[in-house]
Ligand binder design. Sequence first.
Ligand code: HEC
Length: 439
Amino acid sequence: MEFLDNLVLPQSAEHIGLLHYILTLVLVLFVPFISVVFGGTFTSVYFLNRYRKTKLPYYRKFSIELVEFLTVKPLVGIILGLIPLLTAIIIVAQLLHTARIQTVSFLVLSFIFVLAALILIYAYRYSMVSIKSNNFDDTKEDNRKSESNSFYLKSNYGKIGLIFLFIGIWFYTAAITSATNFLTWSFPGVITSIAAPEVLLNLLIFIVFALALSNAAFLFVHLYWKRDKEIIDSDYTKFIKDICSKAGLRASIPLPVLIAINLFSFSGKSLSGSVFIYSVVSIILIFLAYHLFYMIANKNEYRFGSIIFFVLIFGWVALIIKDQKAMTNATVSHSLILSTDYDRKLAELKGEGKIAELNGKEIYDVRCASCHKFDQKFVGPAHFDVLPKYEGKKAQLIAFIRNPVKVDPAYPPMPNPGLTPQEVDAVVKYLLDEYHRQK
Ligand code: HEC
């Protein structure tokens, strides 16, 4: 995605903070919507299949209503599915600007698959809704064989759409996982990265959550929203209640364990108090959802139908915020590089001379402190041991940092830190000042 890199400008620190908030917001729209569409279409296709075998009319009605209610309208698909994903691509391209990382490519692939999937799923939806309004019924033995065939043919749109959506979700999880593990992620190749265990775990969480949420969403729509619009067929309501609450309960059972495993898989740099807290909040909300599903299934407490949907939505939102926090932590040093770049460009624009004030300490903390300490040896030698020989030879020190050469056989060679000349000047100034101050 190098062309995106060219479009993007360096960011100020405030701007980067803001981008993280906007990213959280658009994902809060995208993720629950796509989960409900995925879970709804999956269940709809499944019950259509069962209808084909059993010819039970409720199966057909359920299958149609699922995809009709849960995908809402194509316009909603654009507003909640496509626009947020497109916005996320632009934001992530800015946040990870110049970092050679596959995240942005994964998001673009995800967008392509989600787009194709939504087109197919809406085609499926319209074919389902049209048979409902035609009152088409293939249980009757008349000459509607051809109509029935063409209908089942169209129902394939649903299946193919579902497969595309699954792939789209897979790329999406790969993108988010790679960004939240920014520091530890080595990017071997596309296949190995999308099949990495962390990605598969997040994919599993997404799919299981999608199934739980879509059942809750259908309970919500059926028991609450559409309640007074239709005369409730109480047998049908009982049928829905049974299926959705049990399926929802079963799907949510593994979630807390999966979320806990995911939490432990984070590397130290991405993990922080808030990442932990948001994971716990999400787990608590899922436990609450267990209870509500159970009350609906066994105690016929239909009024929980609406609450459960929001409980799970908030559970999802907590997970999204958790991932964003982890991503902020993982990319903190990269963000610093970008904002330093921004400050320099800004200074150049303002005409403050070629030697813009760079913060040597910040550069040092990000680019050198992982290997060096002043008073003791670490990966590299202690500064107190080596800096005396550079006394009065600042130019040599600058030359070394710009292009490190092998010095002491007791250490491995120092890798080139890849700093710009201004950055090297700033970091050397900081290094020498600090050395003289501490000496
Ligand atoms: C990945 C680890 C690593 C990073 C990051 C790193 N260094 Fe080093 N540094 C080393 C190692 C290892 C050596 C010893 C190399 C040798 O003796 O050949 C070294 C040596 C040095 C020396 C002594 C050179 C000499 O002539 O003996 C200085 C000064 C130094 N580093 C400064 C820096 C500064 C400033 C940065 C940040 C811009 C930095 N290093 C980043 C690992 C690192």
